[in-house]
Design a protein around this ligand. Structure first.
Ligand code: C2E
Ligand code: CA
Ligand code: CA
Length: 665
């Protein structure tokens, strides 16, 4: 890197020395009074050089815009018919004037001027060498026989100028010089190259009458217009008309180019959470204006090289390059969300906007444009579940298919609209075959997809903040149900499943206690089920939360026992009441000795630790018989009942009582 910049510095320095020396030598050796002789001609050409430099032609170049000027044409014409020192002075002054309008630094200006001075001297040397004209003299007429020499001078102008500028650009970008020149050649030949061939025409016309020279401006104006039109059309095709930000096509091209160039960068997708409501309630005008201000705020919070695009609707995208690592991308995400957190004022209306953001990193999450965009989208969906948050793409989560993530994002509304409901699966005491409780199992009546089972939506929700509201909803429904059953005279418990987040949430016990009070249910009628993997995730915190729940007096069960890594010895420290043997051990209980041994020894060990043992997934009599012979306490499974809709529980209990399988308390 340092080496590259060292070479660039040396190159700029040498060019500047050459340019200054050439100008000094030419100025020193010239008779400056020559300029007076054909002053009107030189004045007209000089003004044209200046105007052309100040009024560059915008051209489209791939997905970018570039600028070219016709000043070289007039400067070359002035070199052909005027004194060299004058052409050099005029071009240098014009370059300075143009640079003053958009300052890029003294080094750049110095190089630019020097490069053009060296170019002018080179082409004058070739022209004079071929025609015998005096190098430092002036010949106001371009003779017809000098035309080939003039064209050769144009060729030299093109070559020297492009080589010097191209080499500097390549060194600055750290690219091989020749490759850079080759890549740029087509564009330069078809723009600057073609315009240079115009120089002999200007010089020849000036020889006929000076009045012809301004007329030559007309084709230049035409070139300006058509180039501008083409550039405008291309701009329209690649930009969003509302915010003037790059659109999806241009953004994709930029990401694709960043992939080709390598380095480390991130794609961030930003999506507003409630834009539809704003549009619907306040009207599209305010919605549109909001998008405009929002686009500005996004841009203002990024670095100059970053690309912000509007992909459509309320979705924006950011390409941020030269990152040290994922941490830097996360910092950008936090900065952007914080910036959007501040209220917007649109037409005197104060608007609070919340956005979600998904990040995908190159090369970690994909080395192709389409892959990166898709993965950023998946991360965005994951973020949308919580709203107002950001997520980095997580490749470990197979559950994060876009469909599932979309579903998770809809869950919040589902909760608000009461689309979640519970089914209850009976649990029977083995010894008496009496119903002792029900496990509450959540379902979602989705407006489009119909009835969804927990496996369809819980895995994606599990790691988000939405699992909290979901569990509270389940607890509320389950406690209301058990209160009804108990009021009807059934001494039963209800079991509710907890998720990973709850065991690190020290506020959970208080919320459970509040809900127990609300439904006037004794704590002993509630069992909370946690999986052993859950406990092992953060054992220290889990012990605290479980201890707090314990002091409330609610029952605690370890669910899916046998599928994780915890040992019974470890579970002993947790002060739990119940072990639920996972249903996978029950499937082949009759035929598989191993499973039988595991179940049997678990029951024994569990009993030694004073735990009640529940076997889940009991589907046939054979399994029940074995479990009974091993002294299992409670069973649950399709053999007795599938999970029942809430309204079916009391009739089912009544039916069981009729056949003597259950006794009201
Ligand atoms: P789980 O806690 O192990 O629940 C038992 C699952 O086994 C239920 O599936 C139940 O319908 C099924 N099952 C019951 N008896 C039998 C049987 O004899 N044979 C077979 N093959 N399956 C049986 P479901 O309702 O689909 O629930 C799946 C999982 O979703 C549950 O596993 C639990 O981990 C989770 N879940 C359900 N409701 C909630 C909830 O409210 N909150 C949380 N956090 N998780 C829940
Ligand atoms: Ca369970
Ligand atoms: Ca289970």
């Amino acid at each position: 890197m340092d080496d590259m910049h060292g070479r660039l510095r040396a190159f700029v320095l040498v060019t500047c020395c050459l340019g200054t020396t050439a100008f000094g030598v030419v100025l020193g050796g010239s008779d400056l009074s020559q300029a007076r002789e054909h002053l009107p001609l030189y004045a007209v050409l000089g003004v044209l050089v200046l105007l052309a430099e100040l009024w560059p032609i915008t051209v489209s170049r791939g997905d970018m815009r570039d600028e070219i000027t016709v000043s070289s044409t007039f400067a070359l014409a002035l070199t052909l018919v005027g004194p060299l020192w004058l052409a050099m002075a005029v071009l240098a002054a014009s370059l300075v004037a143009a640079e003053l309008r958009s300052w890029h630094g003294a080094a750049k200006l110095g190089f630019n001027v020097a490069q053009h001075l060296v170019t002018l001297v080179s082409c004058q040397l070739v022209f004079c060498g071929l025609t015998g004209v005096e190098v430092l003299g002036a010949q106001p007429l371009l003779l017809p026989e000098q035309l080939p020499a003039a064209l050769a001078a144009g060729f030299v102008f093109f070559t020297v100028n492009n080589c010097l500028a191209g080499a500097a650009a390549a060194l600055a970008a750290g690219e091989p010089v020749l490759a850079h020149l080759r890549a740029d050649l087509r564009f330069q030949v078809t723009t600057a190259g073609l315009l240079l061939t115009f120089a002999p025409v200007v010089a020849a016309a000036a020889a006929v009458t000076l009045w012809l020279v301004p007329l030559l401006l007309l084709p230049v104006v035409a070139i300006h217009r058509s180039a501008q039109l083409a550039a405008d059309r291309q701009h329209e095709a690649l930009h969003d008309p509302l915010t003037d930000l790059p659109n999806r096509s241009l953004f994709s091209m930029r990401v694709a180019r960043a992939c080709r160039e390598g380095g480390r960068f991130a794609v961030l997708l930003v999506d507003l959470d409630h834009f539809k409501e704003i549009n619907d309630t306040l009207g599209h005008n305010i919605g549109d204006e909001l998008l405009g201000v929002l686009a500005n705020r996004l841009t203002a919070n990024l670095r100059p090289g970053d690309v912000v695009a509007r992909l459509g609707g309320d979705e924006f995208a950011v390409l941020t390059a030269d990152l040290d690592g994922p941490q830097a991308a996360m910092d950008v995400a936090r900065r952007l969300l914080a910036a959007l957190d501040e209220a917007f004022t649109v037409e005197d209306v104060r608007l609070d906007v919340q956005a979600s953001l998904g990040i995908a990193m190159y090369p970690e999450h994909g080395d192709r444009m389409d892959l990166l965009l898709r993965r950023a989208d998946i991360a965005l969906y994951a973020a949308k579940v919580e709203r107002g948050s950001w997520r980095m793409y997580d490749s470990t989560g197979d559950v994060h298919t876009p469909e599932r993530l979309a579903l998770a994002a809809e869950l919040r509304d589902g909760l608000d609209r009461g689309e979640l409901f519970l089914e209850y699966q009976p649990q029977l005491e083995v010894e008496t075959e009496r119903v002792v409780g029900f496990e509450a199992l959540v379902r979602w009546q989705h407006p489009r997809h119909g009835r969804l089972m927990p496996d369809d939506f819980l895995p994606v929700v599990e790691n988000t903040g939405l699992i909290g509201p979901l569990t509270l909803c389940v607890l509320d429904l389950a406690l209301a149900a058990v209160a009804r059953w108990r009021a009807d005279g059934w001494d039963v418990t209800v079991a509710v499943n907890l998720s990973v987040r709850h065991l690190t949430d020290l506020g959970l016990p208080l919320r459970v206690s509040t809900l127990l009070d609300k439904h006037a249910v004794p704590p002993s009628a509630l069992v909370l089920e946690v999986t052993e993997t859950l406990i092992m995730n953060d054992p220290v915190r889990a012990v605290d939360v479980l201890a707090l729940l314990r002091t409330l007096g609610v029952g605690l069960a370890v669910d899916d026992f046998g599928t994780g890594y915890s040992s019974l010895a470890y579970l002993r420290q947790l002060d739990i009441d119940e072990l639920k043997i996972d249903k996978s051990f029950l499937e082949n209980l009759g035929d598989d000795d191993n499973d039988g041994v595991i179940v049997r020894s678990t029951i024994e060990l569990g009993h030694n630790l004073g735990l009640r043992i529940v076997a889940e997934g009991v589907e046939d009599d054979a399994a029940l018989r074995l479990l009974r012979s091993w002294d299992c306490d409670v069973v649950q499974g399709y053999l007795f009942s599938r999970p029942l809709p809430s309204a079916a529980v009391l009739p089912w209990l009544a039916g069981q009582a009729a056949v003597g399988a259950v006794a009201p308390c």
